[in-house]
Design a protein around this ligand. Sequence first.
Ligand SMILES: Cc1ncc(COP(=O)(O)O)c(C=O)c1O
Length: 384
Amino acid sequence: MLIYMDHHATTPVEPRVLEAMLPYFSQVFGNAASKDHEFGYQASQAVEQARGQVAALLNARPEEMIFTSGATEANNLALFGVAEKYAERGDHIITCVTEHKAVLDGAKRLERLGKHVTYLPVDSHGMVDLDELRAAITPRTVLISLMAANNEIGTLAPLAEIGGIAREHNVLFHSDATQAAGYVPLDVQRMQIDLLSLSAHKMYGPKGVGALYVRRSNPRVSLAPQLHGGGHERGLRSGTLNVPGIVGLGAAAALARREMQRQATLLRNLRDQLWQLLQTHIDGVALNGHPDARLPHNLNVYIPGIESRAFIAGLKELALATGSACTSAAVEPSHVIMALGFGEERAHGSLRFGLGRSNDAAQVARAAEVVVGRVEQLRALRRF
Ligand SMILES: Cc1ncc(COP(=O)(O)O)c(C=O)c1O
């Protein structure tokens, strides 16, 4: 049996989420914008319920949620929407070297369009220095975009502190919370977050749907739409709504909110068990990321001497990742591990375990056994 430990790449749709979605494919199939008849009205009711469910996960108001095709689109809407709308106020954006490509590549595009971007470095745990953040802000800065949780090493950002700094300097704060939403508490009020991206398929919802939180008061954030058309989603994101997907996102958010604490404890215990086993049996194994401020279900480790790509390919029983799936077409070292400052060997020799609802203690024990066995085999070969 194959053990799935790549939950940062994607998660299966939870049966309760799937059940909530099913009627919206062919029974309640109306266009949520066609509210003049019952078909459309029912679809729009379902969308509004989901909007409330997603908002509740963030302590936001339902009307502050804009549905998108996922976090990539939400990040693009936040970056380009702010850069365009606030162009007269400023042309400078601050982000960080360990962001997901869905932010970094947008930032590079903005540079080509004449904007200025500061890419903050991180320390060896993947943390941004808040004094460096403060120092990077200029009178031309319009946006700080820093992720809530890193998708490779799980490091959590001090969102409330960053939000405080942004507010103090009158700069908008966007956070890509794709990996954090549903796993750690997020509160856009307390953390003073102005824009936040999330994605359903990282929290047991369907692929191809996500949302952008856009603050509507204190301050009211304006965005320039990036998709033009029928004026859906308050004119910010035109296109017929993906009703079953949105219902799935809502159900996943509601489930995550109800079960977050219990799941986090379960996942943290499994993760710690796995780390314990690897530490006990593998000489020189090291943790990538922050020892405490990290996602409960993430474990990223460096194993000296392995080439992680080949290593993973050899593990037929276990589905793991070397880093971000979204960049795995290119055989370049992970930009996240490189940014920690340990050099290429570490970036090529690291494994990412993403634990999830389907994993249990027996699977963790087996996964550790498989990895340890393979490391021992490789190291024995090298001795000859
Ligand atoms: C941190 C982060 N941001 C953005 C994305 C992209 O999300 P989506 O697949 O919904 O476009 C991912 C997915 O890998 C991610 O981990």
